[in-house]
Design a protein around this ligand. Structure first.
Ligand SMILES: Cc1ncc(COP(=O)(O)O)c(C=O)c1O
Length: 341
């Protein structure tokens, strides 16, 4: 099927919101989900006493769709996002969204906005944002009686303008993004609001990304503000195991690719002192896939990894393999792609 694409400068898209043609919404009331509503409007009307607004009873997801080299449109591992959203929902007493509804909403939004799926070869993709909010009016603290689950789409370019180039990081001091036994392992908006002063600190330090240590001991690596930490040491792929980090789908996928490459995957506590000996370090997540990290500022120390201007060989291989699976240039042997069209 040939599609007339939207008139956008595909190769120079920023990572920002662009209004697309349609979004899809579901309403939960009296204990069940209603029928999907496909909307052109990108505004929401909700009660001023909605628990999402006052008590932060909300969660979200982020995933991408791609045009492949042979002209198909595919979505990367939406089943994993559905499962993660339900972990979030359960943690903050929101109802389960059945996986079939989640996947169907994602498929509908991609199909309804097919002209916004960036052409193959531009490095851009269609970013999908599922969102669940508690909306029934309630003033006393308690879960909402009604919910909205919606998915919108926006075409995005690479997260960092420079592309797959090393950046400088700093260990965030003075602020934690998550608490022990809190919601650091869930995708709730409050985690990101709590991270905003940390992001300001990172900017003031002249760095691109902030790395958080664990909130209890301030000694083990947790994660970056919007991505997981990976370290490469000889033929090991090392990633922190911590109850206060978001389980990244990109990290899980890269770990599988690393295993396929014959590497040993170590998911364990990573003490900050150990990082000095790593060959390569990366920040991994849906937005940038892998952001190579050239340096980490830790108090008055600066730890460095590899070259300033180019990523190391292992991160490069992992990045190329994953991005090529997403665009159909490398076989999708783990069946991660959901074919939309
Ligand atoms: C705090 C945090 N960690 C990690 C990730 C990476 O997760 P994923 O690879 O599923 O996008 C994200 C992005 O969703 C994030 O916000």
């Amino acid at each position: 099927m040939s599609v007339v694409k939207a008139d956008l400068d595909w190769s120079n898209l920023p990572f920002t919101y662009v209004k697309t043609d349609k979004n899809v919404r579901y309403h939960y009331k009296d204990g069940s989900w209603g029928a999907p509503e496909i909307c052109e409007e990108d505004m929401l009307s909700i009660n001023i006493a909605a628990p999402a607004l006052h008590y932060g009873q909300q969660g979200f997801e982020g995933l991408k769709a791609f045009e492949t080299r042979d002209g198909r449109v595919v979505c990367f591992r939406p089943d994993e996002n559905a499962k993660r959203m339900n972990r979030t929902n359960s943690r903050i007493n929101m109802p389960e969204i059945p996986e079939e509804i989640f996947i169907s909403a994602v498929e509908t939004v991609i199909r309804e906005n097919i002209r916004f799926v960036p052409p193959y070869g531009t490095g851009a993709s269609l970013y999908l944002r599922p969102l669940m909010i508690g909306v029934g009016p309630k003033v006393g603290l308690g879960p909402a009686d009604e919910y909205i689950f919606l998915v919108f789409a926006t075409p995005v370019g690479p997260y960092y303008k420079g592309g797959f180039k090393p950046v400088d990081a700093v260990i965030v001091e003075g602020f934690d993004r998550a608490a022990p036994h809190g919601v650091g392992d869930c995708k709730v908006g409050g985690n990101y609001a709590a991270g905003l002063p940390g992001s300001k600190f990172v900017k003031e330090q002249g760095c691109a990304v902030g790395l958080y240590l664990d909130p209890q001991h301030n000694r083990y690596i947790d994660e970056f503000s919007t991505s997981n930490f990976i370290g490469i040491k000889d033929s090991s792929y090392i990633t922190p195991k911590s109850p206060s980090i978001l389980p990244s789908i990109t990290n899980k996928s890269l770990a599988t690719i690393a295993q396929d490459m014959g590497m040993l995957v170590e998911s364990r506590q990573v003490e900050i002192g150990e990082v000095e000996g790593f060959d390569e370090v990366g920040a991994v997540g849906t937005a940038a896939v892998i952001t190579p990290v050239h340096s980490i500022k830790y108090g008055d120390k600066i730890l460095t990894f590899g070259e300033k201007d180019s990523a190391g060989p292992v991160l490069t291989k992992l990045y190329e393999t994953l991005t090529k699976i997403q665009t159909g240039e490398v076989e999708d042997k783990h069946r991660w792609l959901l074919e939309i069209l």
